[in-house]
Design a protein around this ligand. Structure first.
Ligand code: PBG
Length: 333
């Protein structure tokens, strides 16, 4: 009765990796329980997630071929566009489709943009390609596009491109405060990305030492038309989530990233922590800090815990918060 924070299935967004040209789902060693899906297995997984009450999925593509600019990201036949079309046709408005909008999975060098002759990412040329991706994803059925490349001006440019193409109602989930983090390691296995020449993303992602800078990134994205803003990673950046909450009334998303998930799973596998309890505690903490929704590889297992009324550290009748779909469905986050 006096609990200040609740976690419900409605808060969860499940990332899905879809790989072109495979016949069987491929497990990802550094993300136990997560797989690279075939189109068919992604459809089945999305259906089960939807039936568990998870409101949204976030799609990442792993193309069969990469090139210098990442053109597979906006190819109408690209893996994510094909998946979006199938999911929209199959699930209609019963599952929110979010498309990660970036090129790193599609480029040979693994950067989130076009690399110039000096080896730097060309911000403005990259943003023009992000506009093409946004329109391709919206055309294919994305309800929300989620630009994750951290280029300056990306949100405004994408909003303009979507509006021009008649997609005024397609929303933007902006990776607004995204840090250059070591916690993305397992994700890069999941999408087969190695950044060329031992490079990193410090030229475009944020310095973990900076908090005020995150606020200015968030303010810029809001001014450019973001509908939801995101802080990423989550657990090491709870202060940023709280500051974001104090800054804006827009919905706030937090990404509990691959390395955060992998640490939990590794400790659980060694018998060092109670994995289910630690998972719930982590997600509750992220909500307590001020997040409205959480992107997490735990989505499926936590949804199962919540709907099966299994006991967990927070105790009490959490099932009640997750078992009122008529009231909450459709209102969102
Ligand atoms: C970039 C992107 C990344 C993640 C989501 N979108 C990787 C990066 O910036 O290097 C990381 C997600 C995770 O670690 O779970 N397309």
């Amino acid at each position: 009765m006096v609990a200040e924070t609740t976690l419900s299935v409605d808060d969860l967004i499940a990332p899905l990796f879809i790989r072109e040209g495979i016949d069987e789902p491929q497990p990802i060693d550094s993300l136990p329980g997560v797989a690279q899906h075939t189109l068919d297995s992604a459809m089945a997984e999305a259906r089960e997630l939807r039936d568990l009450g998870i409101p949204a999925v976030l799609l990442f593509g792993v193309p069969a071929e990469k090139d210098d600019v990442g053109s597979g990201a906006w190819d109408p036949e690209g893996i994510v566009q094909v998946a979006l079309q199938r999911m929209k046709a199959e699930f209609g408005d019963t599952l929110v489709l979010i498309a990660d909008l970036c090129v790193d999975e599609y480029t040979t060098h693994g950067h989130c943009g076009i690399v110039d002759a000096d080896g730097n990412v060309d911000n403005d040329a990259t943003v023009a390609n992000y506009q093409r991706i946004a329109v391709a994803q919206a055309t294919a059925g994305a309800d929300i596009v989620a630009p994750s490349g951290m280029m300056d001006g990306q949100v405004g440019a994408i909003r303009a491109a979507l509006d021009l193409a008649g997609f005024e109602t397609t929303s933007i989930l902006a990776y607004a405060a995204k840090y250059a983090s070591s916690f993305y390691g397992p994700f890069r296995d999941a999408v087969d990305v190695t950044i060329a020449d031992g490079g990193d993303r410090k030229g475009y992602q944020q310095d973990p030492r900076n908090g005020r800078e995150a606020m200015s990134e968030i303010r810029a994205d809001i001014a450019e038309g973001a509908d939801i803003i995101m802080v990423k990673p989550a657990m090491a950046y709870l202060d940023i989530i709280l500051r974001a909450r104090l800054e804006t009334d827009l919905p706030i998303a937090a990404y509990h990233v691959s390395g955060e998930y992998a640490m939990l799973k590794a400790a659980e596998a060694n018998g060092w922590i109670d994995g289910d309890a630690a998972a719930l505690e982590s997600l509750i903490a992220i909500k307590r800090a001020g997040a409205d929704m959480i992107l997490t590889y735990l989505a499926r297992s936590v949804a199962e815990t919540l709907t099966n009324h299994r006991p967990a550290i927070t105790g009490g009748p959490r099932a009640i918060t997750s078992a009122k779909p008529e009231l909450t469905r459709g209102i969102g986050g």
